[in-house]
Design a protein around this ligand. Structure first.
Ligand code: ZN
Length: 315
């Protein structure tokens, strides 16, 4: 945590073509939502995710917008979640919107982490995946960890030939990012390969694996995305909404949602496992401060009065 001032979240009416950490502009029916924190490789702090949320709300509510493009300023799409810039704001309260949950800053331990990551990462991504307008991720440079989450919730991913991807979170002893759809996006064997090795994979490989719609030279990326958007815009808007709904539902029927829940459970366990002390005292700590005697005493004050915890002889 630093004492650096944290900039405010951009509201719907604050967003503009040059605003940071998210820029927004509409041109000819396309809303361009631009990650605009290039000095920090577009690392995602909460100011960015909440500003993104407002940018998407703005695009959804504007009837003139037919297609949403998510792109980035600077050398890279996104280096992932902010785990170390001066504006890292994991300790700041923002009004919860993606999930009905309490303020994480007033909690401790796993409660604090689960409240925050549920809101800022998992449920935000789920919410954005359900946006009822077509979304195209326009990716160049690094698209790492949390960057994969942002690109992954879009309908299309169009990448420059300089784009590269990875989820190196396993190096932290954690199975992967919070919104974990790798097996669906890459297939289980390739998902394991990129997780087990932590290695980067390039745009050509990602396209071969079915993760991308198109790969084009860097200087042709914007034109390619715009040409796809042009083709989409002539289609009836509500038909597109319904087609998106059907495909998303197909993925859900294949188990995506339950897979996300399961993966997030292991993700949270891994955070807690990393924090658990590596000594024998941790056994009592991990039992919530209870032991056999206190469990028995608490049971004796209850109505049954005779339940002994497993492992303890009844006397
Ligand atoms: Zn996490």
């Amino acid at each position: 945590m630093t004492d650096a001032p944290i900039p405010p979240v951009l509201g719907v009416d604050d967003l503009g073509p040059d605003t940071q950490p998210v820029a927004y502009e509409v041109s000819d029916g396309t809303a361009y939502v631009t990650l605009n924190r290039p000095d920090f490789r577009n690392a995602q702090n909460s100011v960015m995710t909440y500003s993104l949320d407002n940018a998407f709300i703005k695009a959804v509510e504007d009837d003139a917008v037919k297609v949403i493009v998510l792109r980035a300023n600077g050398k890279h799409f996104s280096a992932g979640h902010d785990i170390g810039t001066p504006e890292r704001d994991h300790h700041v309260e923002y009004p919860n919107r993606a999930a009905i949950w309490w303020d994480h800053t007033t909690r401790g331990g796993g409660d604090r982490r689960m409240a925050r990551e549920t809101e800022v990462y998992v449920q935000m991504c789920r919410r954005w995946r359900e946006i009822p307008k077509p979304m195209i991720a326009q990716v160049h440079g690094a698209c790492i960890a949390g960057g994969l989450m942002l690109a992954g919730v879009c309908d299309f991913i169009v990448a420059a030939d300089d784009a590269f991807f990875s989820d190196p979170v396993v190096k932290m002893g954690i199975p992967g990012v919070e919104y974990f759809a790798h097996a669906f996006v890459l297939g289980p064997r390739r998902a394991k390969e990129i997780l087990y090795t932590g290695r980067r994979f390039g745009a050509a490989e990602a396209a071969e694996w079915g993760m991308l719609n198109h790969v084009v030279p860097r200087d042709e990326l914007q034109a390619k995305v715009d040409s796809i958007a042009e083709e989409i815009k002539v289609m009836p808007a509500f038909g597109l909404t319904l087609a998106k709904k059907v495909i998303n539902t197909n993925e859900d029927q294949m188990g995506l949602q339950t897979s996300l829940d399961s993966a997030f459970g292991w993700h949270m366990f891994a955070h807690s496992a990393n924090a658990e002390p590596d000594d024998t005292d941790s056994f009592s700590a991990s039992l919530g401060g209870m032991d056999a005697r206190s469990m028995r005493d608490s049971a004796n004050t209850g109505s049954t009065g005779d339940s002994a915890p497993s492992g303890e002889k009844k006397d």
